[in-house]
Design a protein around this ligand. Structure first.
Ligand code: ADE
Ligand code: ZN
Length: 337
């Protein structure tokens, strides 16, 4: 397949992938047994890995997905669990031709279960070191805060000694904002983002996935984000599109996720052509591949190609913009270009 080979060979950067979203039903059940974690007995989806996988095929919304996502991650306990999870992702990333990955994680979802921050980081860092050595994949960690939780709780997590130490060491390059979007507007997180900026951390936020384009604008104005995660609903606001194009803000778009969470009815509805015509920079990403039909980054590239038939030169521009919009060193960018 010539198209697949072409897309696979492109130097791809991934900017929007939640490591917890690499947890497959098979691994979920294996870790639940190993760690003695009980799964909900009142939901027949948890009968087996097969029934759970079937349930994943009919998410009705972001919140319906998040319900399963937060139960799923409850099986992650030891550093080796986190390492195996991240390694599973890096193996897929290598097979798909990823050269650089900036991956999210949700510390609050683990700290609340008495899993320490150091356990999480130890596991993820072990996988990252191995991915660099064995696959030549560079990576960065982005610490996400869950917006359905009270903003003061998010700030308290941000200020934890272990968390601050990871920023100072450079183990974590920046912060993000995820989870339920509607009714949890960016303005709630102004002081969190101001604190991150003062530490020199990079900043992004999910916005305009299910929520209105106003959340994109407010993320730019009130949180001073450098990237927007998803951002598809920007298409409703031509003025904002112009601004984002002019500023060079990168949108980390996740086409298959958008369809499976019913934000859009098909990949053809992702405003890819509009973005290109408006000069908006974007990267194409997998979001939570194990929850979204086992579709990793290359599957998302292929889905976009099937819907939009981009030229080779347009694809090279997508990848060049993705490299330039990455949060690695300038030296690393030059290597990838
Ligand atoms: N957490 C994991 N995936 C997410 C998504 N697509 N939107 C918001 N929060 C998430
Ligand atoms: Zn996401």
């Amino acid at each position: 397949d010539v198209t697949r080979d072409f897309l696979k060979a492109l130097p791809k950067c991934e900017h929007h992938m939640h490591l917890e979203g690499a947890l497959t039903p098979a691994v979920l059940f294996k870790l639940a047994a190993k760690n003695n974690i009980s799964l909900p007995s009142d939901d027949s989806a948890f009968t087996s890995a097969e029934t759970l996988l079937q349930r994943y095929e009919r998410f009705s919304s972001l919140d319906d997905f998040l319900h399963y996502y937060y139960i799923g991650m409850s099986v992650l306990i030891t550093a080796s669990d986190f390492e195996a999870l991240a390694w599973d992702y890096f193996e897929h990333a290598a097979a798909d031709g990823v050269v650089h990955a900036e991956v999210f994680f949700d510390p609050q979802a683990h700290l609340s279960r008495n899993v320490s921050y150091e356990t999480i980081l130890q596991g993820f860092n072990a996988a990252r070191v191995r991915a660099q050595r064995e696959f030549d994949i560079s990576s960065e960690l982005i610490c996400c805060f869950m917006r359905h939780l009270p903003a003061p709780d998010c700030e308290a997590t941000f200020k934890l000694e272990d968390v601050q130490a990871s920023y100072k060491r450079g183990d974590v390059v920046g912060i993000g904002l995820d989870s339920s979007e509607n009714n949890f507007p960016p303005e709630l997180f102004k002081s969190l983002y101001a604190g991150a900026k003062s530490l020199g951390l990079r900043r992004t936020a999910h916005a305009g996935e299910e929520g209105p384009s106003k959340y994109i604008e407010d993320s730019l104005d009130l949180l001073d984000v450098e990237r927007i995660d998803h951002g598809i609903r920007i298409a409703e606001d031509p003025k904002l599109m112009e601004r984002v194009a002019k500023q060079g803000t990168l949108l980390s778009v996740c086409p298959i996720s958008n369809v499976l969470l019913q934000c859009l009815t098909s990949v053809a509805e992702v405003p890819i052509r509009k973005f290109i015509d408006a000069g908006i920079r974007f990267s194409i990403n997998s979001d939570d591949p194990a929850y979204f039909g086992n579709n990793y980054i290359l599957d998302n590239y292929i889905a976009v190609q099937n819907a939009f038939s981009l030229s080779h030169s347009e694809w090279r521009t997508v990848c060049e913009n993705s490299i330039r919009g990455s949060w690695c060193s300038e030296t690393r960018k030059e290597e990838m270009l």
